[in-house]
Design a protein around this ligand. Sequence first.
Ligand code: HDE
Length: 761
Amino acid sequence: TQALAAAQPHNAAKAAEHEGLASDGAPMGQSVEPPIPAAGASTLSELNLNAKAGEAAAAGQDPLSQPLQRTRVDATGQRLTTNQGVPVADNQNSLKAGARGPVLLEDFILREKITHFDHERIPERIVHARGSGAHGFFECYEPLHSLTMAAPFQEAGKVTPVFVRFSTVAGERGSKDTARDVRGFAVKFYTDEGNWDLVGNNMPVFFIQDAMKFPDLVHAVKPEPHHGMPQAASAHDTFWDFVGLMPESTHMLMWAMSDRALPRSYRTMQGFGVHTFRLVNAQGESRFVKFHWQPRLGTHSLVWDEAVKISGADPDYHRRDLWEAIEAGEYPEWELGLQVFTEEEAQAFSFDVLDATKIVPEELVPVQVVGRLVLNRNPDNFFAETEQVAFCAAHVIRGIDFSNDPLLAGRIHSYVDTQISRLGGPNFHEIPINAPVAPVHNNQRDGMHRQAIHRGRVAYEPNSLAGGCPFQAGAAQGFMSVRSRQEAQESRDKVRIKPEKFADHYTQARLFFDSQSPVEQAHIAAAFRFELSKVTVPAVRERVVASLRNVSEELAAQVAAGLGMPLPAALPRALPTPAEPEVRHSSALSLMARPGEGGIRTRKIALLVADGVDGASLQALVGKLFEAGAVPRLVGPRLGAFATADGLTLQADATLENSPGFLFDALVLPDGADGVAALSRAGQTLEFVKDQFRHCKPILMLGASHALATLADLPPTLPDGEPDPGLLIGDVADLDALADAFMTAIARHRHFERDQDPPAI
Ligand code: HDE
């Protein structure tokens, strides 16, 4: 991984920069001396030897495509200047006529500073405003020549730089990370044949089938327009009113109400391209494809009560998690999987592959793993990179093509269009984070914020004055003029209708629900109950429950009971007798199906500390957890040093106040009667223990700390009388065995055997 990391154009200088060694790296300060004009200069501006003309760009080179290094600014050792490079002597006082006199209009330094500040904000994204990004690379496992010409898949071991942005959908830019929401999973591949953006989500289906409905969907889920509430939440009348009237959203609602809407981390969620795309090979043969990202760490989610609490204590929970993992060298990793199938196979499916509310079950078309994605560098600057990155569903490269999915068609239009207002004009492709590493040559010119300085007098094609350049790539270069062979043409009458199979709104919703483990099903029912309990209009609640009867009678009954309402009649179906599905149970749809590679790397573990605890056992545990790659933290009633019963001094890393229990994946309660008594005097300790228990996380109680279990009213066994495998109680004499059992319990993530609704604690 490190060798590959070093090979990345965006990464090469990172280590040196951090150590301040970037001598030939980022220019110090903003201004860079222009190079001497090239010998043999031939244009007018080159001949007049004006130093500003610079060297002619190397043939075929896009001056904008150099690694981001070219735009990095480092002020170390530099003096303060204005934007014009004029040194600023005093950055504290404006220019006045006398010490107590009026500020002078001529103070261009003050005016420049304030004016720039006044314009610092740009519009946030219409959707997916809240997000976090990172750099990395995609590595291909095997060449896929028979499937596609796409550049990243042409050689085993080929590495393509990427920038990835994860996001929530509904909330504004400053909203919390742990909202119940779909997550965006957008990947920009800087391939040597141009940028390819795979702009996906962490759920493989969508709420609607046709782009025509997207503005309606977004207006319904965003804060209600009259009072601007609620923020980053779908639990309100307008959202449920809309989806209740759009039965096609039912399948996506099952995903959105599942724990997938509450990822533990961006690092532990899957990603999906959602639409059916095409792969096209050098012969122009195309096959359909669905894209899947599978996290190496496995899939893991929060529970709702925990997500709500985290949103208060750390609204940046996912952003921080991604940042810290990368800074620690624990590079997040996913494998790319493809489901490839032919046009003929698709014709025979019981569902329509052009319908973005349908999946292709993995049991029907297996997922073939073709490469891996590694995120190994945090951005230098949030605004310049994460905020200004512009993904676009229309950015495909040769070898990748669209299907006729009508939702995708709208996206092909929308992204470029929205960037023009968000990023202030048509030249946003020149912003460093968006500039391809492949050369860019065309006759598009000018416009707001143009940076490239195009040479010569020809800006049209065909031309003879510039030798016909830039010339059409054409078939001779292997770029086909027919992008992909299409299926047999259907009737091309102009119609505003849907294909027949789009009308089956429930078969796959049922497949999803039936494929969940009992605890996941219970969480789905609880999520519907919670969301609908926030709806104030009873008819809206009823319509949704009526629709759920078409998915699962059991689910509908549970939700109705939870809302204290009688079960309404089932909603009439658009298609009374849908086609028999090929797959009725797909274990791949359960989060439990992907436990990951095991181990406890990067899990955050709290060890409570106070004066009088047993120090040696805590120290030993910290060492073991650290060795296993976890992140142990000593949490005390305050910061600073604590004197342990056995004469050690332990420093707290965090406090019960600034780092509540729900921010950790597991908890250790220490031995030492005095220490336990001190901890129990702080009210937060019992909340800490209760939250850990309620969220089904592992707890290790050493010696005297068992008293805290009693104080917190923890049930001594599971509801069925069996011992709780996530609750480890023992004496420090058995520390080694306890530590091993604890780490095994942490590796399991949660101990849902203990999950009860309503919670016992
Ligand atoms: Fe998007 N979507 N979308 N979307 N989408 C945007 O583009 C749109 C859809 C997705 O981190 C916008 O740059 C339409 C599906 C992600 O910057 C906008 C339709 C999927 C991101 C837009 C959809 C997505 C966006 C807002 C229905 C999963 C964040 C700002 C036809 C496959 C990218 C922007 C980032 C962002 C339009 C539906 C994923 C308005 C019209 C389905 C991950 O252009």
